[in-house]
Design a protein around this ligand. Structure first.
Ligand SMILES: NC(=O)c1ccc[n+]([C@@H]2O[C@H](COP(=O)([O-])OP(=O)(O)OC[C@H]3O[C@@H](n4cnc5c(N)ncnc54)[C@H](O)[C@@H]3O)[C@@H](O)[C@H]2O)c1
Ligand SMILES: [Zn+2]
Length: 541
């Protein structure tokens, strides 16, 4: 079936007018959800609201969406609230891209009021109500594939832009995610084609004299030249140091190579380090930045999904010792983070899937809408669709930014939620060596175990456990660990940095989007769960 294109947004955004023009341009049929509802009911929408209330209207709306989605190749204008129904949202999303026609509430309200021929039941509500309503809807609209700002644009201009986005002639707009910290706030820029702008973005991060680009052989050969060119166009002289590729090189010895390169290039305290690569490069370069000359500025340019959604945001930097991972480190916030989703196209599939595990984690602990997005868009994500990737990276960064803003140094207990799936995950990672199981793979199996524990201890719905396991498996991630000796597993879990006074701490889910920490989970139960988990989802590995 050919894709549908669905326009979403608040009343007054121009979904119908733009939809008609877009349909004409694309020679496709145009379908207006509201018009379908009215035609089937034989009543106007205000009359349906009067006779059946909002709930009656929403039932009719969901039914209309089901009917419309049986066909493909259409341009659909959704009603303002249509996508607030999970079923309808999912259906529309699965039949093709969603485009959010965005504007500020004030502008939307004046536009809607100007369209006098079309009565809007919502317009009669008090302003504070509308603001709340709009804020709630923005969270869903924000998970559209494309966002088009309609302010000050004619319907034809908007239709034109939508067409260019759909045909790939225009890049999806970048998204800026602020990380708000006392005196150390910074922005995460998420977009497509951002490496070209690395130079100008770096200049926004501060007035620097010179810098040092730290990358590894793999990423350096792919993107190092591009970034250096952009930096030099912005007037920044930034020599490059390549470190060897691999977690085993995230060490003090490698950090020392970076210090020496920095001294060799005569960097001073006003210089900056720019880290281009995955979490290994980011953690190591970040640690070097935190310690060189007692701290120089850091710019993160993450190039793996894991680094874009997690490692590059939040300021944790560090290196490994032979005795364990990340045992030496610091908190050193970057000045700016530049996450270019185009770099994910060269990322090995296995690494992409591992990053998705962390995105799914954010979904489970903090954002059921994000979880649904990943479910609906998994195929496109796996295929490297930049619009879909941009959306999940930006949303994940928003969640991480909110957590970090509340608990920068992991002292308030808030940041602990990010460890969902990590108690067992870290143990598995240690048990199977860092090559045998990638971090994300270990976290995937750990999350299913945590979800099963949650079902036992917090009343987390069993259906959600199954849903999580299904999604992880569809993403190519393990829902259960390989066979592991039980005594060894317990020892490794206990060795986790998060263990306090010998008590193992588990982040458990309560409801989708809500979490709690428990330190009273009996060892026997942990082992029983892992056994059961293996029975249900035994992996071949
Ligand atoms: N600081 C934090 O808050 C934090 C959070 C999570 C993880 N981490 C750390 O991150 C590290 C793992 O990071 P990772 O998963 O990004 O692994 P990684 O940095 O080892 O990258 C994975 C592999 O992909 C390659 N690669 C990177 N970008 C690429 C691209 N665009 N195209 C092709 N290949 C590319 C790398 O060279 C490497 O071989 C661990 O050391 C972990 O401790 C830190
Ligand atoms: Zn993790």
């Amino acid at each position: 079936m050919e894709d549908n294109v669905t326009l979403i947004g608040f009343m007054g955004a121009g979904k119908t007018t733009v939809g008609q023009r877009l349909a004409a341009r694309l020679s496709r049929p145009f379908v207006d959800v509201d018009a379908v509802i009215e035609a089937r009911a034989g009543m106007s929408i205000p009359d349906i609201f009067a006779a059946e209330g909002e709930s009656g209207f929403r039932r009719r709306e969901a039914d209309a969406v089901r009917r419309i989605c049986r066909e493909g190749g259409q341009v659909i204008a959704a009603g303002g609230g249509t996508v607030m129904d999970h079923g309808s949202l999912s259906l529309l999303r699965r039949t093709g891209p969603l485009v959010w026609l965005r504007a500020d509430l004030e502008e939307l309200l004046s536009r809607a009021a100007a369209e006098a021929e079309r009565p809007r039941p919502l317009l009669t509500r008090p302003r504070a109500d509308l603001q709340r309503l709009y804020a709630g809807r923005e969270r869903i609209y924000g998970l559209a594939d494309y966002v088009v700002d309609v302010s000050g644009k004619s319907p034809d201009e908007v239709a034109d832009q939508v067409e260019r986005l759909l045909t790939g002639h225009e890049r999806p707009a970048p998204q800026r995610v602020p990380v708000r910290l006392d005196g150390r706030s910074y922005d995460v820029h998420v977009g497509s084609g951002l490496l070209d702008q690395a130079g100008s973005l770096c200049c926004q991060g501060g007035a620097f004299s010179k810098g040092l680009l730290i990358t590894n052989e793999t990423v350096g050969s792919l993107y190092g030249g591009l970034v250096q060119r952009s930096l030099s166009l912005a007037g920044l002289r930034v020599p490059r140091v390549d470190i060897p590729d691999g977690e085993q090189y995230k060490t003090l010895e490698t950090a020392q190579r970076v210090y020496r390169a920095a001294v060799g290039h005569r960097l001073d305290r006003r210089s900056f380090f720019i880290a281009l690569g995955g979490g290994v490069v980011g953690d190591l370069a970040g640690f070097a930045a935190a310690t060189f000359l007692r701290g120089v500025a850091l710019i993160q340019v993450p190039t793996t999904l894991l680094a874009q959604v997690d490692a590059a945001v939040g300021g944790k930097v560090g290196v490994n010792l032979d005795e364990g991972k990340n045992l030496v480190g610091a908190f050193h916030q970057p000045r700016i983070v530049i996450a270019d989703v185009d770099t994910l196209r060269t990322l090995p599939k296995r690494q992409l899937a591992a990053g998705l595990a962390e995105v799914i984690k954010y979904g489970v602990i903090g954002d059921p809408d994000l979880l649904q997005f990943v479910e609906d868009r998994l195929d496109r994500l796996a295929a490297g669709d930049r619009a879909a990737l941009l959306r999940i990276v930006a949303r994940s960064c928003e969640i991480k930014a909110a957590v970090v803003a509340e608990d920068e140094r992991e002292t308030e207990g808030v940041r602990e939620c990010l460890n969902f799936g990590h108690t067992i995950g870290h143990a598995l990672e240690a048990a199977f060596g860092y090559e045998g199981m990638l971090h994300g793979e270990a976290v995937a199996a750990g999350m299913v175990a945590a979800a099963m524990l949650s079902a036992r201890l917090t009343g987390f719905p069993e259906a959600e456990v199954q849903r999580l396991a299904d999604l992880l498996q569809r993403a190519g991630l393990p829902a259960a660990p390989p066979p592991v000796e039980e005594a060894k597993l317990l020892t490794l879990i206990r060795r986790d940095k998060k263990t306090v006074d010998q008590k193992i701490r588990f982040v458990l889910a309560e409801q989708p989007g809500r979490w709690v920490v428990r330190d009273d989970v009996p060892d026997d139960l942990v082992l029983e769960i892992v056994r059961e988990q293996r029975n249900r989802w035994a992996s071949a590995k």
